[in-house]
Design a protein around this ligand. Structure first.
Ligand SMILES: *Cc1c(COP(=O)(O)O)cnc(C)c1O
Length: 432
């Protein structure tokens, strides 16, 4: 007699009973480490660019899980690919490989236009991708007698110790010193400072973001990246570009690098290494380091780095499904168009003083330090946005955001800014 698997497959998979938002938050406070502060809402469901909270309220998600939900929530193709991969083969360890891991490496190298001899390493997050990049830089520096790794002021590269050493913000670093040694932060966009640092002959690598996301979407100044590529090459230092937030369609291109480099970008001017994560798996955790060309690729050899989960069949299948969908639905062009329209619309809103970004990675400044109040007012009105600084808002919506959804936010924004600037004690009397 055989045991029928039917009983199991037809089982109800609801493991958590429903509760109200307020109850969930009280339970959160008693059970989760308080490193994030109080969560804004308890979210239970998503569809496209919309999410719903535990009390049934609907939101237009203009942050996309911080530039992660590239194809929105519950994308049918990504969902089915993940489910079918898990039902076929979910994890194998890196003693083995799988077709989806190899196919993703090939696809990633092809969209990056990486030359022959390039290679991918898969991790589980942005910080982990940057840890691999840090080890690449350190290993190169140790063979060359170059102990210094340069990063930029305003940089965000993650919260693990190596990535944190590259991250500039003092409040993130100070409690955890000493940092891994050798990292120096240069003034943002200052080519003279870069030249002077490279002239010491001690620099193994320069690590930077083409557009700094966490400080409020700040692109490198025109010409900086091109000059940095030439100067690092002349000095025998690696150029490592963190595309964790900007890569994989976010800016309307597979990479932000060419657009920030300038109109005369050629594939030969690619950096020595690139890192990816956020949008790569459409919400399934995955990170990647791509080494460009045989020299960079030979810097880490067998046994020098590793990960248990990294590159597993499910994560790589999720990323393959993401890249395939971006490719086959004309999404890059749509992101460029939608982003331009959104930025033009934002520039016309009273109270908005500056609008920055590329594609659907957008930062805008307000004429008052009311960004946290604006986030709150937007949330109450059913819009999820983010305030990386007191006077700055960041948007990183799903790449599938429709024109009507973008318009909905632009139409609401003047009223939301007004509410954000109104002291709370006056708000009730206004609506009464
Ligand atoms: C988010 C981010 C990271 C860190 O990624 P995690 O997945 O949070 O570890 C690194 N670099 C940049 C540019 C980022 O935006």
């Amino acid at each position: 007699m055989s045991i029928e698997p039917q009983a199991e497959t037809s089982q109800d998979t609801t493991l958590v009973a429903a509760d109200s938002g307020a109850h969930w938050l009280a339970r959160y406070q008693k059970s989760l480490l308080n490193v994030f502060g109080a969560p804004q809402r308890v979210l239970v469901r998503g569809q496209g660019a919309l999410v719903w909270d535990a009390d049934g309220k609907e939101y237009l998600d203009l942050l996309g899980g911080i530039a992660v939900n590239a194809l929105g929530h519950a994308h049918p193709f990504v969902t089915s690919v993940i489910a079918s991969q898990m039902a076929t083969l979910g994890h194998v360890s890196n003693f083995f490989t799988s077709p989806s891991q190899i196919a993703l490496a090939e696809k990633l190298l092809s969209v990056v236009k990486a030359p022959e001899g390039s290679a991918a390493f898969f991790a589980n997050s942005g910080a982990e991708a940057n840890e691999a990049a840090f080890k690449l830089a350190r290993s190169y520096g140790n063979t060359q007698g170059k102990p210094t790794i340069l990063a930029l002021e305003g940089a965000f590269h993650g919260r693990t110790m190596g990535a944190l050493a590259l991250t500039a913000k003092k409040a993130y670093r100070a409690p955890f010193e000493p940092m891994p040694a050798g990292v120096e932060h240069l003034p943002f966009g200052d080519l003279g400072a870069l030249e002077a640092a490279l002239a010491t002959g001690t620099v193994a690598a320069l690590v930077l973001e083409p557009i700094q996301g966490e400080v409020g979407v700040r692109p490198l100044p025109p010409g900086y990246l091109k000059a940095a590529r030439q100067l690092t090459r002349q000095a025998g230092a690696l150029l490592i570009v963190d595309e964790v937030q900007t890569g994989i369609g976010r800016t309307g291109d597979w990479l932000a690098y060419p657009g920030v480099y300038g109109p005369d970008f050629m594939p030969a001017e690619l950096p020595d290494a690139l890192t990816f994560a956020k949008g790569l798996g459409s919400g399934f955790p995955i990170g990647a380091l791509v080494t460009i060309g045989p020299a960079a690729t030979s810097l880490l050899s067998a046994g020098q780095h590793g990960t248990t989960f990294g590159g597993n069949p499910v994560a790589t299948a999720a990323a393959l499904a993401t890249l395939h969908t971006i490719d086959t639905t004309g999404l890059l062009a749509a992101v460029t168009e939608r982003g331009e329209a959104l930025r033009a619309g934002l520039r016309a809103v009273e109270g908005v003083t500056e609008v920055r970004g590329a594609g659907l990675l957008i930062g805008f400044d307000l004429d008052a330090p009311c960004a946290p109040e604006l986030v709150q007012a937007a949330l109450d009105a059913g819009f999820i946005i983010n305030a990386p600084a007191p006077g700055t808002i960041r948007l990183a919506p799903p790449l599938i955001l429709t024109e009507a959804q973008a318009r909905q936010f632009l139409d609401a924004l003047p009223g939301l800014i007004h509410t954000a600037k109104t002291p709370i004690q006056h708000r009730d009397s206004e609506t009464a």
